[in-house]
Design a protein around this ligand. Structure first.
Ligand SMILES: Cc1cc2nc3c(=O)[nH]c(=O)nc-3n(C[C@H](O)[C@H](O)[C@H](O)COP(=O)(O)OP(=O)(O)OC[C@H]3O[C@@H](n4cnc5c(N)ncnc54)[C@H](O)[C@@H]3O)c2cc1C
Length: 393
């Protein structure tokens, strides 16, 4: 019988919590995963039809390197799972002016070339020929990266939970955590909203946008932000298939806009990776109509045939933002037994294949090149976020 290392209680059944649970269980911890349920939880950031999986991270090669590893596992998961949930459509990254040094697209292209990932530079003529849904005169430069695409994120979480259960993680989709139990400077467990007390050697808090509700003293460092998602059901699918309409970013660091080809349910999804709105993650998720003005302008400029198509669904999805937009995966330096795994800042899902390892390394205090980047850092206060794809305007 495997010698158990101790007990771990993982709070939150999103991508962070589920991947952490599997990795800790594999390393010999006896893991319980709790969430108010059902998992995937309908309000979780991870529960969505699609998330971009891209290698491009501007000049920030640390993420590209981590993604190169994650990409291999996405493909491996596809081979081993009952159905592929990662769709390698390639990623189209276009700009409205020539790519210039320092810009997200230029630096991404440079890093990808240097790392021999062979991005393909495109002219408006290439765009017109290969991707006819685009208004080629609006986008003068950019590139196509054949690696990457999108993951069906809600389904991925569902699959990972199934695997976690099979691997003997105790999954409890009926537990809402109301607070932490503490003895001296040690966190010893959690109290549920029904008054139950669950004890464990290590508590891993992976509650995304809800982090500051459980740890109010971190509210200045881990902040929820709301971002709109729009679904369209185009009457004709032809222009939106993944060959003609792969995952794209449309001058993303200047506009925030990105989107996905038509999915298995006939939906084209468009979203905006911008500063978002400071809202409470427990508000109703229906996004207000006034947010549509910018979307309509973008569609007119970019996809003339999608512009008149009605929106069939729009809702808010919540990031858990850190000030520098890097993840926050570390032990609480003041309280033994507590690990916070959050701060996704709207770009973590693609790292699902390596996230369990990053979190388990923090739990076990294993040094790794990533520990420093994702460290506990309440004093960090950069002039602006450092996720280069994000629109900070
Ligand atoms: C609009 C949008 C678009 C995005 N696009 C991309 C993309 O294209 N590519 C990409 O890589 N990433 C993307 N992301 C980011 C990605 O979704 C997140 O990085 C990831 O899903 C975060 O996972 P998480 O586990 O931290 O949080 P969540 O998935 O939100 O999970 C948190 C869990 O905690 C639970 N919880 C909350 N409170 C409690 C409590 N008190 N007790 C117990 N459980 C609790 C919740 O029920 C939930 O299940 C996007 C995010 C959004 C919002």
């Amino acid at each position: 019988m495997t010698q158990r290392k101790g007990t771990s209680l993982v709070v939150g059944g999103g991508m962070f919590g589920v991947t952490a649970s599997r990795e800790l269980q594999a390393r010999g911890w006896q893991v319980t995963l709790v969430d108010p349920g059902p998992i995937p939880h309908p309000l979780a950031a991870s529960t969505d039809i699609s998330k971009i999986v891209r290698l491009a991270y501007g000049s920030d090669e640390t993420y590209t390197e981590l993604m190169e590893e994650a990409m291999e596992t996405w493909r491996e998961w596809n081979r081993g799972w009952p159905e592929p949930l990662f769709h390698e459509t390639g990623v189209l990254m276009l700009t409205r002016s020539p790519m210039a040094p320092g810009s997200f697209e230029y630096e991404s292209f440079r890093v990808l070339e240097e790392r021999r990932r062979r991005p393909l530079r495109l002219t408006p003529a290439d765009l017109r020929k290969r991707f006819p849904g685009w208004k080629a005169q609006s986008y003068v430069d950019g590139f196509f990266q054949s690696e990457g695409g999108y993951a069906e994120s809600g389904r991925v979480v569902a699959r990972l939970v199934e695997l976690a259960s099979a691997e003997r993680v105790s999954v409890r989709p009926d537990v809402s955590v109301a607070g932490l139990l503490e003895e001296g400077n040690r966190v010893t467990g959690i109290q549920t909203s029904r008054g139950e007390r669950l004890l464990a050697d290590q508590i891993i808090l992976a509650v995304g946008a809800w982090t500051s509700k459980l740890l109010p003293h971190l509210a200045g460092s881990l902040t929820p932000s709301a971002h709109p998602i729009y679904h369209f059901r185009p009457p004709s699918k032809r222009l939106y298939t993944q060959q003609l309409f792969p995952v794209f970013t449309a001058d993303i660091s200047a506009t925030g806009w990105y989107g996905f080809p038509i999915n298995r349910d006939g939906i084209v999804k468009i979203s905006n990776h911008g500063t978002g709105h400071k809202l409470d993650p427990d508000i109703p998720r229906q996004a207000p109509a006034d947010d549509e003005t910018a979307l309509r302008r973008f569609l007119d400029e970019t996809f003339p045939t999608l512009a008149p198509v009605p929106i069939v669904e729009k809702r808010w999805c919540f990031y858990c933002d850190t000030r520098d937009e890097h993840f926050w995966i570390d032990r609480d330096p003041q309280r033994e037994g507590l690990i916070v795994a959050a701060g996704d800042s709207g770009h973590a899902f693609k790292f699902a294949p390596v996230m369990g390892r990053l979190i388990a390394d923090a739990v076990e205090d294993v040094p790794s090149p990533w520990r420093q980047k994702f460290r506990w850092r309440p004093d960090a206060n950069p002039p602006r976020g450092e996720e280069e794809a994000r629109h900070h305007g």
